[in-house]
Ligand binder design. Sequence first.
Ligand SMILES: [Zn+2]
Length: 157
Amino acid sequence: MRCPKCSSDDLKVLETRPGKVASTRRRRECLECGHRFSTIEEVLHEDLAVVKRDGRRESFDRTKLAMGLRRAIAKRPIDAEQINALLSETLRRIENEFDSEVPSRAIADAIMHRLRKVDGIAWLRYASFYEDFMELSRFAEEILNLGGGKKGDEDSD
Ligand SMILES: [Zn+2]
C-alpha cells in the first residue's frame, strides 16, 4: 500500500472498521505528506460475472472500474478518497442486488449515479467512455438535464 499523493509507503492506520460481510475499511494517514485516505480490503469477486450487453461474460474486475474512474476524473478537483468511497459504495450496492451475475449496465449506472453528484464533467466523461451508455437519445437527454440544473427524482439516496 502506498500513499496516492506521494507514493510513500510510510502509512499509519487511523481507524479500522468492518465493512459489509467480507470487507474491511481502513482510514490511513501518510506519515510522509499527511494525506489521509481510506482503503477497503475485500474478497475478490472472482465468482461474480459481469454480463456485457452482447451477452459475453467476464469476471468482475474492480481495478478496471477504478481505472475508468481515474480517467474520468483526470484534472478534476476530486481526490482519491472520494473515488474510493464511490467505488466502495457502488460495490456494496452491487453485492446487495446481485448474486453471481451482474449486467455491465447496472455497474455503470450505479457508478454514474454517484459520480454525477460528485462532478458533472467527470460524469460526462465517464458516460462517454462507457459504450453501453452511448445510445444517443439517452445521452442527449442526460446532457439536457445536466444543463438545466434540474434535480432528478432519482436522487433520493
Ligand atoms: Zn503521502
